[in-house]
Write a protein that binds this ligand. Structure first.
Ligand SMILES: C[S@@+](CC[C@H](N)C(=O)[O-])C[C@H]1O[C@@H](n2cnc3c(N)ncnc32)[C@H](O)[C@@H]1O
Length: 286
């Protein structure tokens, strides 16, 4: 197959991706577009990338090639306990505080937005089980959402290969919370029961979201331009309880973009609280 993409087709794919996912692809990513779209084109029976892009152009957003194209162009890099410090901050500060605040309702709700294949959601579920036995009779809901159907399917299965479980996951947790199936490791059902994975495109209208105690939206805003980041961060504020916490990726910031948010340093990480709600001054949080 001729995998070189013309200037016009490359520009079309970049605009199409940006309009449908907000992911900004710059000129240096031409090679990435070619290598990721080549198998999609081939699997759909197109002889050249040019024929494939022509079909995408005439089908538009509602055609079956649209979802596959966006899916192929998302970067789904993730791993268990990614960056470590946010999980440490949850364990040391945020969860103990929320246990105190929510003890009447005995419920805790967490949103892992742009969750990729689910490692973040399962990391939180394992940390809660491991460190907070008091939560055993609480209603714990960890919702993972993503735009890509491929990664959501994997997240729902909770099935990971050896390389994936070697990335970030302590051996003790592998033994406790996974069962081996052939060459793969599968999250045990009782842990899976705390999670739910749903399709959600952050730039399309959002369904009504219950207010969450914690929102993690990490390593996705970097792909968006500043206006899209601002809109998403504003909407996030209305999905978080007044007493809740927002976590972003290490290279991302909420307070510098959108004034709904105050930053708060929790040991070696930064989290965000709603600016309409005063910063907590208990438990050494400041
Ligand atoms: C690099 S991964 C980050 C995964 C995880 N949050 C982490 O930090 O490890 C980025 C994820 O964002 C998702 N994504 C990209 N654009 C999106 C959009 N418009 N709406 C929802 N998810 C999106 C991709 O499918 C991908 O799984």
């Amino acid at each position: 197959m001729n995998t070189n993409i013309s200037e016009t087709d490359f520009k079309f794919v970049c605009d199409f991706t940006s309009q449908n996912s907000a992911i900004v692809i710059n000129d240096s990513k031409r090679y990435l577009v070619e290598t990721r779209l080549e198998p999609v084109a081939r699997n759909n029976g197109y002889e050249t990338l040019s024929d494939f892009v022509q079909a995408l152009r005439s089908q538009g957003k509602s055609g079956n090639l649209s979802e596959e194209t966006i899916d192929a162009l998302t970067t789904n890099e993730t791993y268990f306990f990614r960056d470590f410090h946010p999980f440490n901050a949850l364990k040391k500060f945020v969860i103990p505080e929320l246990i105190e605040r929510n003890k009447a309702t005995k419920s805790l709700s967490i949103w892992s937005a742009a969750c990729s294949s689910g490692q973040e959601a399962y990391s939180i579920a394992m940390m809660l089980r491991d460190s907070f036995p008091v939560l055993n009779d609480w209603k714990i809901k960890i919702m993972g959402t993503d735009l890509s159907p491929t990664v959501l399917e994997k997240a729902r299965k909770g099935r990971y290969n050896q390389i994936e479980v070697n990335r970030g996951l302590p051996a003790s947790m592998l033994v406790k919370y996974f069962q081996k199936d052939g060459l793969e490791w599968v999250i045990k059902d009782d842990l899976k029961a705390n999670t739910e994975f749903r399709a959600m495109n952050l730039i399309e209208p959002w369904p009504i979201m219950q207010p969450f105690d914690i929102i993690m939206i990490r390593n996705v805003l970097i792909y968006f331009d500043v206006e899209v980041k601002r809109t998403i961060l504003k909407k996030m504020a209305s999905c978080l309880r007044n007493t809740g916490y927002l976590f972003l990726g290490t290279s991302e910031s909420a307070s510098s973009i959108e004034d709904s948010w105050n930053d708060i340093t929790l040991d070696k990480t930064v989290a965000y609280t709603k600016s309409t709600f005063p910063k907590p001054d208990s438990a050494g949080l400041n």
